[in-house]
Design a protein around this ligand. Sequence first.
Ligand SMILES: Cc1ncc(COP(=O)(O)O)c(C=O)c1O
Length: 377
Amino acid sequence: MNYSELVRPDVLNQPIYEPGKPIEYVAREYGLEAASILKLASNENPLGPSPLGLEAAQRALREAHLYPDGGCTRLREALAQKFELAANQFIITNGSNEFMTLLCQAFCGPGDEAVMGAQSFIAFKIGVLLAGAKPVEVPMPDMRHDLDALADAVTERTKLVYLPCPNNPTGDCHSLAAIEALIDRLPDHVIFCFDEAYAEYSDDAPDLRPLIAAGKKVVCCRTFSKIYGLAAFRIGYGYGAPELMALLNRVRAPFNVNAIAQAAAIAALSDHEHVARAKAVNHAGMHQLTQGFEALGLEYRAEGGNFVLLKVENPAQMFDSFQQQGIIVRPLKPYLLAQYIRVTIGTETQNTRLLKCLEATLHEGMSNSPPDERPSK
Ligand SMILES: Cc1ncc(COP(=O)(O)O)c(C=O)c1O
């Protein structure tokens, strides 16, 4: 018997998450200097990590021989202060990705369903499938979540309904009133999971804390990977009812978040300067890129978050051409958005480089003609 015959069938059916290509890998593949490569593939912070977070991490390294605080007490207290909630309303996880896995493991199993948009962030589907439950993928007309259709898809088997705001990759976000109307339609056996990975980039992100306080079955999750620039540390969190957090705590590994990440996150939370700069750079960068795309006559989608979608006729060639020129972007085939590539918004210099590269590629006629008509090079 081989391992595949022994493994749980859900593991074999599991889609594999395709992360952005690592810099070293592209450097080797294309014979480029790693330092010259620009990675705009994973919605990371182009300004780098929060300097306060980095200093705290360096200090914490000296105590690397000690196990971390398994309950992440100081970080939960800092978050409680920031959000005006209680510390027992938070759980800290190994990236917000782990939060999603824990939620599924705690609440979903064979026979259960979880409702999500067909182009919603892919980690929802992965978590649900691994728990042995069924993802119910609701069409997203015009690449936006249809909140009525999400509610319509709920059955007596539904355990979870997901909504990321803004969504990755489509960028769509919805008003508080529309989200409240969706939550009001959910029966009592359904938990609403609100993914706020990019909320800090927005001035008017919907605030669901009053719904949590009112006893609605609402749980939110956030991350330190994006605006705080701490993606490598793998740290995120969820917040909601204390009872829910206590249940999730039963599912997580004892030391799921390392001490260096905890120290970095605590310090980064008060790094208001870094957050403000990242937000301003992102705002300006979105304007710069969309202006640039318009000048090139390209269709794009730019709503929330720190990324934009660009529509091109031959995304595979565009992707390849970018990589040859040392720029890593993200193709969106796994999201069934095969005509699009996703570009993380960079600094002004980085965006200028991307636009120049895009222009050069289009002039070469690579991305706007079918593969068989490509000029030979
Ligand atoms: C919408 C959304 N949610 C969650 C995450 C996961 O973030 P992390 O696991 O790094 O905290 C991402 C990462 O790209 C995302 O785009």
